[in-house]
Design a protein around this ligand. Structure first.
Ligand code: SF4
Length: 85
């Protein structure tokens, strides 16, 4: 049984879900702005001048899904989720 809330689950592969659109979601309540996701996927995430995380591409195209997945896996806080649709 998986009792973890949705935002704590590793990002699901949207291709497995059969979706054609993906939305990147960050739980800012648990993000600590360490910037690891921005290092892995600078085309999707960046830290602003005040070290706040910004999503640059909230609905990346399929060519960026792999990078978005890698960024989600790199997040030590499990703050990134990818939703199909
Ligand atoms: S890797 Fe996770 S904790 Fe770090 S800035 Fe990105 S979303 Fe926030």
């Amino acid at each position: 049984m998986n009792a973890e809330p949705a935002h704590r689950r590793p990002a699901a592969d949207p291709t497995v879900q059969g979706g054609t659109r993906v939305r990147v979601i960050v739980d800012y309540d648990i993000c600590d702005s360490n910037g690891l996701c921005a290092e892995v996927a600078p085309e999707i995430f960046e830290l602003d001048e005040e070290d706040r995380l910004r999503i640059l591409d909230e609905r990346p195209g399929p060519e960026r899904w792999g990078t978005a997945e890698a960024a989600a896996r790199a997040c030590p806080k499990l703050a990134i989720a990818l939703e199909a649709g």
